[in-house]
Design a binder for this molecule. Structure first.
Ligand SMILES: [Zn+2]
Length: 365
């Protein structure tokens, strides 16, 4: 514990010292700056340097804080038996995820700069259209290039597949690809999801889930996921994401018309690559600010999938058992703080899902 405290103090001290050291270096020259540079030179340099140091400092601070925090979170999960892999696997997963983020950010930045330069007037429409196209393309391609980087997959066994097809038929949906994600080498948590669009659409079940849950519970998990397919939730997600892209582009267009803002960020115009740090900052803030709204919508979508599962299986008692089992296996927050729940919960809480099953039972005796 003492080591953790010492390490934290060093990290904080380094973070605190970086801007002070940079400031001292700029403001303590031996020869007089005024003898060699005009006031305009100095002012222009300071205009640029202030924010340049700020962004450099932020990225340094983020690297110093985020990686140790990620490793600490991994150890914490391991202490509670949720993790089955070794630290190198966690680090290589983190490196891969960072690599994907950098590529995605580079593509977005390049598309923005090229369109903003080529279309001085129509760029907001072109950027919004390209953003929507990229959103759909990403959701289409993630199951093929992103998910395999973090898990191996195998086709589901014929018996389970037959159960999945039968449940899908009950919900009036055709399901083609059903895969098992070999997650037991990484985690003990139990999960399932649907992803992809069109040709890449799939239902994925964790091997951890199939290994431990009773068939009756697996049916309910499958029925929930098929509920997402039935409600076209991936498509709805892509459309909502596109709406966010359009609103974000409109906001950026409106902001970058302000001369004072351009001067503040040190950019000639909206197509100057110097606006990119501002765009990154805007996207980060917009994502954070709209997180409660995104999760509010997500909880409704998840509750609807739960309801579809209850209708398809007519097994509310099984649903209660499943929610309790999943909550125990995943160490779910059983007594969530209202604010935490409102901001961060992508699914209704365990007790809400149990209550929904009990309500369904009461309505269908
Ligand atoms: Zn769901």
């Amino acid at each position: 514990m003492k080591r953790v405290v010492l390490f934290s103090i060093i990290v904080v001290a380094v973070i605190a010292a970086a801007p002070a050291a940079a400031f001292a270096a700029v403001h303590a020259p031996r020869a007089r700056v005024q003898d060699y540079f005009s006031a305009a030179d100095i002012a222009r340099s300071q205009d640029y340097r202030g924010l340049a140091y700020f962004f450099g400092f932020v990225s340094l601070a983020l690297t110093l804080v985020v990686l140790p925090a990620g490793i600490a979170a991994w150890y914490h999960q391991r202490a509670f038996g949720l993790v089955t892999n070794q630290l190198p696997v966690f680090l290589s997963d983190t490196a891969k995820a960072t690599g994907f983020s950098i590529v995605a950010a580079a593509v977005v930045a390049l598309v923005y700069i090229v369109l903003a330069k080529k279309l001085p007037r129509a760029w907001p429409f072109a950027v919004a259209a390209a953003g929507c196209a990229l959103t759909f393309a990403a959701i289409f391609i993630l199951p093929i290039i992103y998910e395999p980087a973090f898990s191996s997959f195998r086709p589901v066994d014929p018996a389970t597949r037959a159960r999945v097809i039968a449940i899908a038929a009950k919900e009036g949906v055709k399901v083609d690809k059903v895969l098992i994600s070999l997650q037991s080498v990484r985690t003990t948590t139990e999960n399932a999801y649907v992803s992809g669009l069109g040709a890449t659409k799939r239902v994925v079940l964790y091997d951890t889930l199939l290994a431990r849950l009773k068939p009756r519970e697996v049916d309910l998990v499958v029925a929930h996921e098929i509920g997402h397919v039935k409600h076209n939730d991936i498509l709805i997600g892509a459309l909502l994401g596109s709406a966010g892209v359009i609103a974000g582009t409109a906001a950026i267009w409106w902001l970058l018309r302000r001369r004072r803002l351009l001067v503040f960020i040190g950019a000639r115009d909206h197509a100057d690559p110097a606006v990119l740090p501002f765009l990154a900052f805007f996207i980060a803030v917009a994502t954070l600010v709209t997180l409660p709204l995104q999760n509010y919508v997500s909880r409704h979508i998840e509750a609807a999938a739960d309801h579809a599962a209850l209708v398809a299986t007519n097994d509310p008692q099984g649903a209660v058992m499943l929610e309790a089992d999943l909550a125990r296996a995943d160490l779910a927050d059983l007594t969530p703080n209202t604010v935490v729940e409102f901001v961060f919960f992508t699914h209704p809480s365990t007790m809400e899902r149990i209550q929904a099953a009990l309500d369904y039972e009461a309505q269908h005796p």
